[in-house]
Design a protein around this ligand. Structure first.
Ligand SMILES: [Zn+2]
Length: 295
């Protein structure tokens, strides 16, 4: 056990119990001998300092099932702020879990990655989300988000209304590859589309890997652009996962009212969905679709 106050791993002793007011559960209290401060077993859970903790797992599952935050608040009969705060907490937990997963999983030898495009507040302010997916198992390995300038017909309008927008694509891809270092073996096969931005990154971060670039194809309507039309798709694991992201997170759906307001929160929402996706792939039993901190 690590002390949450001073992060020492020294001696920690039991220090009585207390009964939690909100549900009558008896909780163990501990005291750290290094800093002499106390804490309880609930410090380490996803439910720490929450009163409506019985809602947690449902909020987690429903937020990852294409329901907006406002609608979920109506369904459960709670305040919108409750849902908004849970989203942030779950996102942080999922981010941590994904990091641990990368360190502990078997080294990956086949992966796909690409960028998913969305926007904050208006289409004039696009965002790129680079997501790496393991081939075949379709598990999400790493996520990084960044701002990019508007493209195409919106360039002039965006420049006029919101000024210059920095392009964070480089930082975003660098962060993705840094995270991937934990879970990739020294040799392998990476599949992407034919973007010219990727080969330099792959050469510098995955030097011994083979790179296979596939030309992009037309999207079919049901997959919202990510699922491809007709025949065998070499990037199926990736495109299918992206289509699931768009379906699972309301803010990523096409032509939706729900938009991202803050980049950081989009990152947390993506992480939350990614963890849900990995849990779902692991076991298709609802009882195991539970969000908790892993160590
Ligand atoms: Zn301590």
């Amino acid at each position: 056990m690590v002390c949450p106050r001073c992060e020492s791993t020294g001696k920690i002793g039991k220090y009585g119990t207390y009964v939690r007011g909100s549900d009558g559960k008896k909780c163990q209290r501990y005291r750290c001998k290094a800093c002499l401060k106390t804490f309880s077993e609930t410090n380490f859970g996803i439910e720490y300092r929450l009163r409506k903790r019985h809602l947690n797992q449902n909020v987690f599952r429903i937020l990852c099932s294409g329901v907006s935050q406002r609608r979920l608040a109506i369904i459960l009969g709670v305040q919108r702020a409750l849902i908004a705060r849970r989203l942030l907490r779950f996102g942080r937990c999922a981010q941590h879990n994904l990091e641990i997963y990368r360190k502990q999983c078997n080294k990956v030898t086949k992966l796909n990655f690409d960028e998913l495009e969305t926007f904050e507040h208006t289409k004039c302010k696009p965002i790129t989300a680079a997501i790496a997916v393991e081939d075949k198992t379709r598990k999400v390995l790493a996520i990084a988000v960044g701002r990019i300038p508007a493209k195409g017909p919106l360039v002039h309008l965006a420049r006029k209304k919101y000024g210059l927008r920095p392009c964070e694509r480089r930082q975003c891809l660098t962060a993705l590859f840094k995270d991937l270092k934990d879970c990739t073996s020294s040799f392998g096969l990476v599949k992407t589309d034919k973007s010219k931005a990727y080969p330099p990154f792959i050469r510098s971060h995955l030097p011994n890997w083979t790179h296979e670039a596939t030309p992009g194809r037309r999207g079919c309507i049901v997959g919202q652009g990510e699922l491809k039309e007709g025949g065998w798709d070499p990037l199926f694991s990736l495109n299918h996962t992206y289509a699931m992201f768009r379906d699972g997170l309301k803010r990523l759906a096409r032509r939706t009212w729900c938009t991202t307001k803050k980049l950081e929160n989009l990152n947390l929402a993506l992480n939350m969905y990614a963890w849900f996706h990995n849990l779902y792939l692991d076991s298709k039993k609802v009882s195991q679709l539970k969000l908790k901190w892993i160590s």
